[in-house]
Design a protein around this ligand. Structure first.
Ligand SMILES: [Zn+2]
Length: 111
């Protein structure tokens, strides 16, 4: 049982809109409570997003082509403890920020 979620839904056409406004009917949505949906399948990471409040990955269902936004905090919770085997990291700077990046096989200096 996944529980309930509150979502904005158009009072005219019945479509849900994350913005709380239906751009087809040009009206404000009402907030309804319904069962949470779940989707299962194979997903490919295709993009990322960032907003004032959050950031995350956009994954695409390889069968339906539907895209879903995964919040980074949930992505981290899912990936926590995952082993990244046989990678080579190289130091990098983004402006004044210092960190590491994954480098491709061709760029690895053989020792
Ligand atoms: Zn509508």
């Amino acid at each position: 049982m996944a529980g309930k979620i509150k979502v904005p839904r158009c009072t005219s056409c019945g479509k849900e809109s994350e913005f709380g406004y239906c751009y087809e009917c040009l009206c404000r949505c009402e907030i309804i409570t319904r069962d949470k949906q779940q989707v299962s399948g194979d997903f490919t990471i295709v993009d990322w997003f960032t907003s004032r409040a959050s950031a995350g990955l956009i994954v695409e269902d390889t069968q339906s082509g539907v895209r879903y936004q995964l919040y980074m905090s949930d992505v981290f919770a899912y990936l926590d403890g995952l082993k990244l085997a046989d990678l080579t990291l190289e130091e990098t700077k983004k402006g004044s920020a210092y960190g590491w990046k994954v480098i491709t096989e061709e760029a690895v200096i053989s020792q």
